[in-house]
Ligand binder design. Structure first.
Ligand code: ZN
Ligand code: ZN
Length: 390
Protein backbone atom coordinates (compact mmCIF):
# COMPACT_ATOMS: atom_id res chain seq x y z
CA UNK A 1 0.00 0.00 0.00
CA UNK A 2 1.32 3.46 -0.91
CA UNK A 3 0.05 5.53 2.00
CA UNK A 4 1.76 8.91 2.05
CA UNK A 5 4.52 8.67 4.69
CA UNK A 6 3.93 12.11 6.12
CA UNK A 7 0.26 11.24 6.64
CA UNK A 8 1.17 7.92 8.26
CA UNK A 9 3.38 9.94 10.65
CA UNK A 10 0.33 11.60 12.19
CA UNK A 11 -1.98 8.57 12.16
CA UNK A 12 -2.11 8.64 15.99
CA UNK A 13 -3.17 12.28 15.98
CA UNK A 14 -5.87 11.61 13.41
CA UNK A 15 -7.12 8.73 15.55
CA UNK A 16 -7.35 11.08 18.52
CA UNK A 17 -9.30 13.68 16.48
CA UNK A 18 -11.66 11.00 15.18
CA UNK A 19 -12.35 9.60 18.64
CA UNK A 20 -12.92 13.06 20.04
CA UNK A 21 -15.46 13.76 17.28
CA UNK A 22 -17.01 10.36 17.91
CA UNK A 23 -17.44 11.10 21.62
CA UNK A 24 -19.17 14.42 20.80
CA UNK A 25 -21.68 13.72 18.03
CA UNK A 26 -23.97 16.50 16.81
CA UNK A 27 -26.97 16.01 14.52
CA UNK A 28 -28.10 17.97 11.46
CA UNK A 29 -27.41 21.73 11.51
CA UNK A 30 -26.30 21.51 15.15
CA UNK A 31 -22.66 20.68 14.39
CA UNK A 32 -21.39 23.76 16.29
CA UNK A 33 -18.62 22.10 18.29
CA UNK A 34 -17.60 20.00 15.30
CA UNK A 35 -17.49 23.00 12.96
CA UNK A 36 -15.48 25.04 15.49
CA UNK A 37 -12.99 22.20 15.84
CA UNK A 38 -12.67 21.82 12.06
CA UNK A 39 -12.14 25.57 11.59
CA UNK A 40 -9.60 25.70 14.40
CA UNK A 41 -7.58 22.84 12.94
CA UNK A 42 -7.67 24.26 9.40
CA UNK A 43 -6.33 27.57 10.74
CA UNK A 44 -3.65 25.78 12.74
CA UNK A 45 -2.55 23.90 9.60
CA UNK A 46 -2.11 27.20 7.78
CA UNK A 47 -5.03 26.82 5.36
CA UNK A 48 -5.22 30.20 3.57
CA UNK A 49 -8.86 31.04 4.23
CA UNK A 50 -11.38 29.44 6.57
CA UNK A 51 -15.04 30.30 5.99
CA UNK A 52 -17.64 29.28 8.56
CA UNK A 53 -21.41 29.49 8.88
CA UNK A 54 -22.30 28.11 5.43
CA UNK A 55 -25.68 26.34 5.66
CA UNK A 56 -25.55 27.20 9.41
CA UNK A 57 -22.62 25.03 10.44
CA UNK A 58 -20.71 24.27 7.24
CA UNK A 59 -17.02 25.12 6.89
CA UNK A 60 -14.97 25.69 3.73
CA UNK A 61 -11.18 25.92 3.78
CA UNK A 62 -9.43 27.50 0.81
CA UNK A 63 -5.96 26.13 0.18
CA UNK A 64 -3.76 27.64 -2.51
CA UNK A 65 -0.85 25.75 -3.99
CA UNK A 66 1.61 26.87 -6.65
CA UNK A 67 0.29 29.30 -9.28
CA UNK A 68 -2.46 27.76 -11.38
CA UNK A 69 -6.05 28.23 -12.49
CA UNK A 70 -7.37 24.79 -11.61
CA UNK A 71 -9.71 24.41 -8.64
CA UNK A 72 -11.30 21.31 -7.15
CA UNK A 73 -13.62 20.64 -4.22
CA UNK A 74 -13.14 17.80 -1.72
CA UNK A 75 -16.13 17.22 0.50
CA UNK A 76 -16.67 15.54 3.88
CA UNK A 77 -19.84 15.36 5.98
CA UNK A 78 -19.88 16.15 9.72
CA UNK A 79 -23.27 15.19 11.18
CA UNK A 80 -24.28 12.34 13.47
CA UNK A 81 -27.56 10.43 13.88
CA UNK A 82 -30.30 10.29 16.53
CA UNK A 83 -29.27 6.80 17.68
CA UNK A 84 -28.36 5.52 21.14
CA UNK A 85 -24.86 4.07 20.82
CA UNK A 86 -24.35 0.52 22.11
CA UNK A 87 -20.67 -0.12 21.34
CA UNK A 88 -19.45 0.31 24.90
CA UNK A 89 -16.17 1.70 23.50
CA UNK A 90 -13.97 4.04 25.55
CA UNK A 91 -14.61 6.77 22.94
CA UNK A 92 -18.37 6.10 22.73
CA UNK A 93 -20.82 8.98 22.46
CA UNK A 94 -21.18 11.18 25.52
CA UNK A 95 -24.51 12.57 24.19
CA UNK A 96 -27.50 10.38 24.98
CA UNK A 97 -29.44 9.49 21.83
CA UNK A 98 -26.73 10.88 19.53
CA UNK A 99 -24.21 8.79 17.67
CA UNK A 100 -21.74 8.90 14.80
CA UNK A 101 -23.23 5.72 13.33
CA UNK A 102 -22.44 6.58 9.71
CA UNK A 103 -18.74 7.33 10.11
CA UNK A 104 -18.94 11.04 9.33
CA UNK A 105 -16.49 11.51 12.23
CA UNK A 106 -14.02 9.50 10.14
CA UNK A 107 -14.86 11.37 6.93
CA UNK A 108 -14.22 14.71 8.64
CA UNK A 109 -10.94 13.42 10.06
CA UNK A 110 -9.67 12.06 6.73
CA UNK A 111 -10.25 15.40 5.02
CA UNK A 112 -8.56 17.20 7.93
CA UNK A 113 -5.57 14.86 7.55
CA UNK A 114 -5.34 15.65 3.85
CA UNK A 115 -5.68 19.37 4.60
CA UNK A 116 -2.75 19.24 7.00
CA UNK A 117 -0.54 17.44 4.48
CA UNK A 118 -1.55 19.64 1.55
CA UNK A 119 -1.03 22.82 3.59
CA UNK A 120 2.47 21.65 4.52
CA UNK A 121 3.56 20.46 1.08
CA UNK A 122 1.53 22.57 -1.40
CA UNK A 123 2.65 20.25 -4.14
CA UNK A 124 -0.25 21.19 -6.40
CA UNK A 125 -1.00 24.08 -8.75
CA UNK A 126 -4.21 25.97 -8.17
CA UNK A 127 -6.82 25.84 -5.42
CA UNK A 128 -8.27 23.09 -3.27
CA UNK A 129 -11.59 23.84 -1.58
CA UNK A 130 -12.04 21.74 1.56
CA UNK A 131 -15.80 21.44 2.01
CA UNK A 132 -17.13 20.29 5.40
CA UNK A 133 -20.89 20.03 5.13
CA UNK A 134 -23.56 19.74 7.82
CA UNK A 135 -26.73 17.64 7.80
CA UNK A 136 -26.04 14.91 5.29
CA UNK A 137 -28.58 12.64 7.01
CA UNK A 138 -32.07 13.55 5.74
CA UNK A 139 -31.89 17.31 6.00
CA UNK A 140 -29.87 18.08 2.88
CA UNK A 141 -27.07 20.29 4.21
CA UNK A 142 -25.33 19.77 0.87
CA UNK A 143 -28.37 21.12 -0.97
CA UNK A 144 -28.46 24.17 1.32
CA UNK A 145 -24.77 24.86 0.72
CA UNK A 146 -25.29 24.67 -3.05
CA UNK A 147 -28.37 26.93 -2.84
CA UNK A 148 -26.40 29.42 -0.74
CA UNK A 149 -23.89 29.72 -3.57
CA UNK A 150 -21.17 27.24 -2.65
CA UNK A 151 -19.82 26.99 -6.19
CA UNK A 152 -20.16 30.71 -6.87
CA UNK A 153 -18.14 31.60 -3.77
CA UNK A 154 -15.75 28.68 -4.16
CA UNK A 155 -15.58 28.02 -7.90
CA UNK A 156 -14.38 24.42 -8.03
CA UNK A 157 -14.66 22.92 -11.49
CA UNK A 158 -14.95 19.37 -10.10
CA UNK A 159 -16.11 17.97 -6.78
CA UNK A 160 -15.36 14.69 -5.02
CA UNK A 161 -16.92 12.78 -2.13
CA UNK A 162 -16.13 9.59 -0.20
CA UNK A 163 -18.04 7.29 2.16
CA UNK A 164 -16.80 4.39 4.26
CA UNK A 165 -18.44 1.02 3.70
CA UNK A 166 -18.44 -1.72 6.36
CA UNK A 167 -17.70 -5.31 5.22
CA UNK A 168 -15.62 -4.03 2.32
CA UNK A 169 -11.95 -4.86 3.01
CA UNK A 170 -9.59 -2.36 4.63
CA UNK A 171 -7.41 -0.91 1.88
CA UNK A 172 -10.04 -1.19 -0.84
CA UNK A 173 -11.96 1.37 -2.86
CA UNK A 174 -15.03 1.05 -5.07
CA UNK A 175 -16.78 3.39 -7.46
CA UNK A 176 -18.71 3.43 -10.71
CA UNK A 177 -19.50 5.94 -13.44
CA UNK A 178 -23.18 6.89 -13.63
CA UNK A 179 -25.65 6.50 -10.77
CA UNK A 180 -24.02 5.11 -7.63
CA UNK A 181 -26.75 5.95 -5.09
CA UNK A 182 -30.48 6.26 -5.58
CA UNK A 183 -33.07 9.01 -5.46
CA UNK A 184 -34.82 8.74 -2.10
CA UNK A 185 -38.39 10.04 -2.01
CA UNK A 186 -41.08 9.85 0.64
CA UNK A 187 -44.80 9.36 0.20
CA UNK A 188 -47.83 9.45 2.46
CA UNK A 189 -51.39 8.17 2.00
CA UNK A 190 -54.15 9.34 4.35
CA UNK A 191 -57.32 7.26 4.19
CA UNK A 192 -60.57 8.69 5.45
CA UNK A 193 -63.39 6.18 5.95
CA UNK A 194 -66.31 5.98 8.33
CA UNK A 195 -65.48 4.69 11.78
CA UNK A 196 -67.80 2.77 14.01
CA UNK A 197 -68.42 -0.31 16.08
CA UNK A 198 -66.34 -3.31 15.10
CA UNK A 199 -69.49 -5.42 15.43
CA UNK A 200 -71.24 -3.44 12.67
CA UNK A 201 -68.80 -3.36 9.74
CA UNK A 202 -71.68 -2.95 7.32
CA UNK A 203 -72.33 0.50 8.82
CA UNK A 204 -68.67 1.57 8.41
CA UNK A 205 -66.20 2.24 5.61
CA UNK A 206 -63.13 0.34 6.77
CA UNK A 207 -59.85 2.09 5.98
CA UNK A 208 -57.79 -0.77 7.46
CA UNK A 209 -59.05 -3.23 4.84
CA UNK A 210 -58.50 -0.64 2.12
CA UNK A 211 -55.02 0.11 3.48
CA UNK A 212 -54.11 -3.58 3.53
CA UNK A 213 -55.22 -3.91 -0.10
CA UNK A 214 -53.12 -0.84 -1.00
CA UNK A 215 -50.02 -2.30 0.69
CA UNK A 216 -50.41 -5.49 -1.35
CA UNK A 217 -51.08 -3.62 -4.58
CA UNK A 218 -48.01 -1.39 -4.16
CA UNK A 219 -45.86 -4.52 -4.51
CA UNK A 220 -46.97 -4.78 -8.14
CA UNK A 221 -45.37 -1.47 -9.16
CA UNK A 222 -41.82 -2.77 -9.25
CA UNK A 223 -42.93 -6.21 -10.44
CA UNK A 224 -45.42 -5.13 -13.14
CA UNK A 225 -44.93 -1.47 -14.06
CA UNK A 226 -41.17 -0.85 -14.00
CA UNK A 227 -38.95 -1.84 -16.88
CA UNK A 228 -37.28 -5.02 -15.54
CA UNK A 229 -33.87 -3.67 -16.60
CA UNK A 230 -34.29 -0.67 -14.29
CA UNK A 231 -33.96 -0.69 -10.49
CA UNK A 232 -36.60 0.55 -8.10
CA UNK A 233 -37.85 0.05 -4.54
CA UNK A 234 -41.26 0.83 -3.04
CA UNK A 235 -41.33 0.13 0.69
CA UNK A 236 -44.20 0.70 3.10
CA UNK A 237 -42.59 1.68 6.39
CA UNK A 238 -45.51 2.92 8.51
CA UNK A 239 -49.13 1.79 8.84
CA UNK A 240 -50.98 3.69 11.58
CA UNK A 241 -54.57 2.89 12.44
CA UNK A 242 -56.83 2.39 15.39
CA UNK A 243 -56.60 2.48 19.17
CA UNK A 244 -59.19 -0.02 20.39
CA UNK A 245 -59.92 -3.69 19.68
CA UNK A 246 -63.61 -3.05 19.11
CA UNK A 247 -63.51 0.11 17.01
CA UNK A 248 -63.16 0.46 13.24
CA UNK A 249 -61.09 3.64 12.99
CA UNK A 250 -62.06 6.64 10.95
CA UNK A 251 -58.57 7.29 9.55
CA UNK A 252 -55.54 5.30 8.46
CA UNK A 253 -52.10 6.60 7.55
CA UNK A 254 -49.57 4.83 5.32
CA UNK A 255 -46.04 6.14 4.87
CA UNK A 256 -43.18 4.80 2.81
CA UNK A 257 -40.25 5.45 0.54
CA UNK A 258 -39.59 5.13 -3.17
CA UNK A 259 -36.07 4.63 -4.54
CA UNK A 260 -34.95 4.87 -8.14
CA UNK A 261 -32.08 5.91 -10.40
CA UNK A 262 -33.69 7.19 -13.60
CA UNK A 263 -36.02 10.21 -13.84
CA UNK A 264 -38.50 8.09 -15.83
CA UNK A 265 -38.76 5.47 -13.10
CA UNK A 266 -38.94 8.16 -10.44
CA UNK A 267 -41.96 9.73 -12.19
CA UNK A 268 -43.54 6.33 -12.71
CA UNK A 269 -43.29 5.49 -8.99
CA UNK A 270 -44.72 8.87 -8.01
CA UNK A 271 -47.69 8.48 -10.35
CA UNK A 272 -48.40 4.79 -9.82
CA UNK A 273 -48.43 4.85 -5.99
CA UNK A 274 -51.08 7.57 -6.14
CA UNK A 275 -53.19 5.84 -8.80
CA UNK A 276 -53.29 2.59 -6.85
CA UNK A 277 -54.02 4.31 -3.55
CA UNK A 278 -56.84 6.43 -4.93
CA UNK A 279 -58.38 3.67 -7.05
CA UNK A 280 -58.32 1.04 -4.32
CA UNK A 281 -59.56 3.48 -1.71
CA UNK A 282 -62.49 4.41 -3.98
CA UNK A 283 -63.31 0.74 -4.51
CA UNK A 284 -63.58 0.40 -0.72
CA UNK A 285 -65.66 3.53 -0.29
CA UNK A 286 -62.95 5.52 1.48
CA UNK A 287 -61.07 8.57 0.24
CA UNK A 288 -57.30 8.75 -0.16
CA UNK A 289 -55.16 11.87 0.07
CA UNK A 290 -51.79 11.19 -1.51
CA UNK A 291 -48.55 13.14 -1.25
CA UNK A 292 -45.22 12.38 -2.90
CA UNK A 293 -42.34 14.35 -1.40
CA UNK A 294 -39.12 14.46 -3.40
CA UNK A 295 -36.01 13.89 -1.29
CA UNK A 296 -32.46 13.49 -2.54
CA UNK A 297 -31.90 13.05 -6.28
CA UNK A 298 -29.76 10.15 -7.50
CA UNK A 299 -26.01 10.53 -6.95
CA UNK A 300 -24.56 10.42 -10.46
CA UNK A 301 -20.82 10.16 -11.04
CA UNK A 302 -19.38 11.64 -14.22
CA UNK A 303 -17.30 9.21 -16.29
CA UNK A 304 -13.98 11.04 -16.74
CA UNK A 305 -13.74 12.15 -13.10
CA UNK A 306 -14.59 8.66 -11.87
CA UNK A 307 -11.83 7.21 -14.03
CA UNK A 308 -9.38 9.67 -12.44
CA UNK A 309 -10.64 8.79 -8.98
CA UNK A 310 -10.10 5.09 -9.72
CA UNK A 311 -6.56 5.77 -10.96
CA UNK A 312 -5.67 7.69 -7.82
CA UNK A 313 -7.26 5.04 -5.58
CA UNK A 314 -5.17 2.40 -7.41
CA UNK A 315 -2.08 4.47 -6.76
CA UNK A 316 -2.78 4.22 -3.01
CA UNK A 317 -3.96 0.60 -2.60
CA UNK A 318 -3.09 -1.12 -5.90
CA UNK A 319 -5.39 -1.67 -8.87
CA UNK A 320 -6.37 -5.14 -7.62
CA UNK A 321 -8.05 -3.53 -4.59
CA UNK A 322 -10.08 -1.03 -6.60
CA UNK A 323 -13.48 -1.98 -8.02
CA UNK A 324 -14.20 0.60 -10.76
CA UNK A 325 -17.60 -0.89 -11.63
CA UNK A 326 -19.20 -1.58 -8.26
CA UNK A 327 -22.98 -2.10 -8.27
CA UNK A 328 -25.01 0.94 -7.22
CA UNK A 329 -26.81 0.94 -3.87
CA UNK A 330 -30.39 2.01 -3.18
CA UNK A 331 -29.40 4.28 -0.29
CA UNK A 332 -29.16 8.01 -0.94
CA UNK A 333 -26.65 10.77 -0.40
CA UNK A 334 -27.02 14.52 -0.53
CA UNK A 335 -23.64 14.88 -2.25
CA UNK A 336 -26.01 14.31 -5.20
CA UNK A 337 -26.85 18.04 -5.12
CA UNK A 338 -23.19 18.96 -5.58
CA UNK A 339 -22.84 16.48 -8.45
CA UNK A 340 -25.86 18.10 -10.12
CA UNK A 341 -23.79 21.30 -10.37
CA UNK A 342 -20.30 20.00 -11.03
CA UNK A 343 -18.76 16.87 -12.54
CA UNK A 344 -17.08 14.65 -10.02
CA UNK A 345 -17.09 11.32 -8.30
CA UNK A 346 -18.39 9.75 -5.10
CA UNK A 347 -16.49 6.67 -4.02
CA UNK A 348 -16.57 4.03 -1.28
CA UNK A 349 -13.64 3.22 1.00
CA UNK A 350 -13.62 -0.18 2.72
CA UNK A 351 -14.18 0.05 6.49
CA UNK A 352 -13.33 -3.64 7.04
CA UNK A 353 -15.12 -6.18 9.21
CA UNK A 354 -16.51 -9.57 8.34
CA UNK A 355 -19.90 -10.68 7.07
CA UNK A 356 -21.61 -9.87 10.34
CA UNK A 357 -19.89 -6.52 11.02
CA UNK A 358 -22.43 -3.83 12.02
CA UNK A 359 -23.48 -1.82 8.99
CA UNK A 360 -23.99 1.94 8.78
CA UNK A 361 -26.71 3.34 11.10
CA UNK A 362 -26.40 0.35 13.44
CA UNK A 363 -25.98 1.17 17.18
CA UNK A 364 -22.89 -1.07 17.24
CA UNK A 365 -21.19 0.47 14.20
CA UNK A 366 -17.79 2.16 14.59
CA UNK A 367 -15.55 3.83 12.03
CA UNK A 368 -12.29 1.91 11.59
CA UNK A 369 -9.33 4.15 12.50
CA UNK A 370 -7.02 1.90 10.49
CA UNK A 371 -8.35 3.45 7.28
CA UNK A 372 -7.76 7.10 8.26
CA UNK A 373 -4.38 7.41 6.49
CA UNK A 374 -5.69 5.50 3.46
CA UNK A 375 -8.56 7.92 2.93
CA UNK A 376 -6.42 10.97 3.71
CA UNK A 377 -3.78 9.76 1.23
CA UNK A 378 -6.46 9.34 -1.45
CA UNK A 379 -7.63 12.93 -0.92
CA UNK A 380 -4.09 14.31 -0.96
CA UNK A 381 -3.00 12.42 -4.07
CA UNK A 382 -6.24 13.27 -5.83
CA UNK A 383 -5.47 16.98 -5.35
CA UNK A 384 -1.88 16.51 -6.52
CA UNK A 385 -2.86 14.52 -9.61
CA UNK A 386 -5.80 16.72 -10.65
CA UNK A 387 -3.81 19.91 -10.12
CA UNK A 388 -0.33 18.89 -11.28
CA UNK A 389 2.63 21.23 -10.84
CA UNK A 390 4.43 22.28 -14.01
ZN1 ZN B 1 -25.89 7.80 7.01
ZN1 ZN C 1 -23.19 8.72 5.79
Amino acid sequence: MAIINRIADFHDEMTAWRRDLHAHPEIAFQEHRTAALVAEKLRAFGVDEVHTGLATTGVVGVLRGRPGDGAIGLRADMDALPIQEQTGLAHASTSPGRMHACGHDGHTTMLLGAARYLAETRNFAGTVYLIFQPAEENDGGGRVMVEEGLFERFPASQVYGMHNWPRRPVGSFAMRPGPIMAAADRWTIELLGRGGHAATPHLCQDGIVAGAAIVSALQTIVARNCDPIEQAVVSVTQFHAGDAFNVIPETVQLVGTARSFSPTVRQLLAARIGQLAEGIAAAHGVTATYRFIEGYPPTVNSAAETERAAEVAAEIVGAERVDPATPPVMGAEDFAFMLQRRPGSYIFIGNGGGEDAPMLHNPNYDFNDEILPIGASYWARLAERLLPVG
